[in-house]
Design a protein around this ligand. Structure first.
Ligand SMILES: [Mn+2]
Length: 357
């Protein structure tokens, strides 16, 4: 595996490339053109500038998170062709610049959903948290307002204010889209882009829906082993793969994370590894990466990745806000650096003990 950190670009991120460069074992970042609008083709100049900036700091780009999918593609409306063409153009340009992994998601309306961005834990740190009761008590169009005050002045991915202003309209557009329709639209999209992925060796890595169940009655399909294997089979190409995000699949306690990893051998192109602490099955908060701080066995997750021969980029995921840092919730420097160090430690121990066995 290749340890990385997510970076939003110097205009948006409070963390610098120079800081990332000093985290032991981190040689690459996962980044994006954060100002790009879903549906538009990325320009060669912008891709090159992004690459040059990262490389000037002594790092490389291990992949893109994310190239977002326009709603027309997810809904399957008649204007989707143009947006698919633009997506293909972006993939070609990324491939030509030597970038071979693209993370994306296929969630309707809302990207990841949390009900709190700064829940205080016993140790005084603050974390993102989710409670189903809070979602059930709120109108979808009020979701953004309810968490906007805790964003520390940042723009959070998937929660851009321009997008959130259109929530009502988006719900209307998705009203005839159920799980099967969403699968069908995903299949159509993947079949159209696979020739380009084959040509440029681009690994597509779909991010799971977070939380891994339907929110506000919207269809959600990338949520469990059955569905993800259905997706792998419906477009059976190694470039059609997944981002294995333990914190997203793990929101549903029925998902057996190490088992899911083993069933996806050869199709995991990117891994997000983090821990959650469950208070009840529908109330959880993000914990430190360490197994004992949360509900997951992080050793077993890393061991499963090791066992399937995972060689792709991996990153610590959302960190707690600690030591007085003010940053995008989940994306501060300190706790993610601790997470990277811990995951590197687990990996070293697994590698050495396995080679001696
Ligand atoms: Mn994730």
């Amino acid at each position: 595996m290749q340890m990385t950190l997510r970076w939003y670009g110097s205009k948006h991120d409070t963390v610098t490339l120079e800081q990332i460069r000093q985290i032991p074992g981190v040689k690459s970042v996962i980044t994006t053109l954060y100002d790009s609008v879903p549906g538009e083709a990325w320009s060669v100049e912008d891709i090159r500038a992004m690459k040059q900036e990262v490389e000037a700091a002594g790092l490389t780009i291990a992949g893109i998170e994310s190239v977002n999918i326009h709603d027309a593609i997810k809904i399957g409306s008649s204007d989707r062709e143009q947006y698919i063409e633009n997506y293909i153009t972006t993939l070609e340009r990324l491939g030509q610049e030597g970038i071979h992994m693209v993370c994306y998601n296929f969630m309707p309306v809302f990207d990841w959903t949390r009900t709190e961005l700064a829940r205080k834990r016993e140790d005084g740190s603050t974390v993102l948290a989710y409670t189903q009761a809070a979602v059930d008590a709120i109108e979808p169009e009020k979701m953004f307002e309810s968490i906007a005050g805790d964003m520390n002045g940042t723009v959070m991915p998937g929660w851009e204010p321009e997008r959130m202003a259109r929530v009502k309209e988006l719900f209307e557009l998705y009203k005839d889209v159920d799980d099967d329709k969403l699968f069908e639209n995903l299949k159509y999209f993947l079949e159209r882009i696979m020739p380009t992925c084959d040509k440029y060796d681009i690994n597509m890595a779909i991010h799971p829906d977070d939380p891994a169940w339907s929110v506000f009655g919207l269809p959600r399909i990338i949520i469990n082993k059955d569905n993800i294997l259905r997706m792998m089979k419906m477009v059976d190409n190694p470039h059609n793969g997944v981002t294995f995000c333990s914190g997203s699949y793990g929101t549903n306690l029925e998902n057996n994370l190490p088992d899911m990893i083993r069933s996806l051998k050869g199709r995991i192109h990117f891994a997000h590894v983090r821990n959650l602490k469950f208070n009840t099955p529908t109330d959880f908060e993000e914990a430190a990466h360490l197994s004992s701080d949360g509900s997951f066995d992080m050793y077993e997750i890393m061991k499963a990745l090791y066992d399937i021969g995972f060689e792709g980029p991996i990153r610590p995921d959302h960190g707690r806000m600690i030591w007085g840092e003010v940053a995008m919730p989940g994306y501060g420097l300190y706790d993610r650096a601790l997470g990277a160090a811990y995951l590197n430690g687990l990996w070293e121990a697994i590698t050495k003990s396995s080679s001696k066995a």
